[in-house]
Write a protein that binds this ligand. Structure first.
Ligand code: SAM
Ligand code: SF4
Length: 321
């Protein structure tokens, strides 16, 4: 379906848990108040909502969190979503810690794409950024994802803490057919208090080391990243600049939080409570109409920095990054 600004909305990001096995300093360094199990949507409830969303034109689903892989049975959910005929793509965003052991099951269940958070290549810095010691072996993990046939991307949030590694992280695109992406930090949760850089700084750095760095077209015109290539890379580098270049004009996504709130834009506190409707016996038709209204009224642009919303007190793990 299209929203009030004629954007085609076909992408639903589904958070399946608020919990996480890391405490990234820009996200939830001190953890977050945990929700009760009963508050979280059951997989059957998620599948029902995705089925209805699919009837409104959703064709791509991303499973996220919190850390989605800490919730048991993530592969079972993927299998159920895979059975929905209109859903063409199922992707996952993960911090990668549990991915090595779960990868075969996830792929077998129908996972097609993975975004892995990779803020540092150095174990000590990993501990400083995430509060934990268990940094994955990135090279091995990324290779395994590529070999399993997954479209593979990494996400690096631009932090003062990892600034000196941006070039080394970008160099992963030299060795692997992946998209290495850098993301400007958004003022969500603790993100508002960490110093960071911007996408233009990364681009200047790339051009200093690889002089032929040039923009490349992506098939997906709604992708928030601007992508760059070089003769020396087999992959590409993506820059996501929500703060310095708004990409709201081509935004195609809405979010379902772990407690069943449909959020048309991550920057606003507003949402539609689908869980209450689900659990009070609403029919598919009623749910569809409520979702249609919420999607139709998706705001024109995000409002970070405007002081208009309380969303800046929310953490990304709760909204579903
Ligand atoms: N736990 C998974 C992970 O880390 O990939 C999935 C959830 S996490 C909230 C999704 C993405 O949001 C991660 O790539 C993370 O780096 C990013 N993120 C979290 N807080 C952010 C912030 N304040 N600004 C920009 N990106 C943020
Ligand atoms: Fe956990 Fe992801 Fe947030 Fe890091 S960014 S604390 S891995 S939810």
């Amino acid at each position: 379906m299209t929203d009030q600004f004629e954007r085609r909305i076909n992408y639903l990001r589904v958070s399946i848990t608020d919990r996480c096995n890391l405490n990234c300093l820009y996200c939830m360094p001190n953890g977050v108040p945990l929700l009760q199990h009963a508050d979280i949507l059951r997989y059957e409830e998620i599948v029902r909502l995705v089925r209805i969303a699919a009837s409104l034109g959703i064709t791509k689903v991303r499973i996220t969190g919190g850390e989605p892989l800490v919730r048991r049975g993530c592969a079972d959910l993927i299998r159920m979503l895979h059975d929905i005929p209109e859903i063409e793509t199922i992707a996952l965003t993960t911090n990668g810690v549990l991915l090595p052991e779960l990868l075969p099951d996830l792929v077998q269940a129908g996972l097609q794409a993975v975004n892995i958070s990779l803020d540092t290549l150095q174990p000590e810095r990993f501990q400083a950024i995430t509060g934990r010691e268990n940094m994955p072996d990135w090279q091995t993990l990324l290779r395994a994802c590529v070999q399993a046939g997954l479209k593979t991307k990494t996400n690096t949030v631009l932090l003062a803490e990892n600034r000196e590694e941006w070039e080394d992280i970008a160099a992963l695109a030299q060795e692997l057919p992946i998209s290495v992406r850098f993301i400007e930090q958004m003022p969500l949760g603790q993100g508002s208090v960490c110093a960071s850089g911007d996408a233009e700084q990364v681009l200047r750095l790339l051009r200093r080391r690889w002089s032929d760095v040039h923009p490349v077209q992506t098939q997906d015109s709604s992708a928030p990243a601007r992508y760059y290539g070089s003769e020396q890379w087999i992959g590409q580098v993506g820059l996501i600049a929500p703060m310095t270049h708004r990409f709201c004009r081509s935004c195609n996504r809405v979010r379902l939080t772990s407690i069943g709130q449909l959020k048309p834009c991550l920057s606003y506190g507003t949402h539609t409570d689908l869980r209450s409707l689900l659990r009070s016996g609403a029919s598919d038709d009623v749910l569809r109409e409520v979702m249609r209204q919420s999607i139709y009224h998706k705001p024109e642009t995000h409002c970070f920095g405007s002081g208009k919303t309380d969303a800046e007190r929310q953490t990304m793990n709760r909204i579903g990054g």
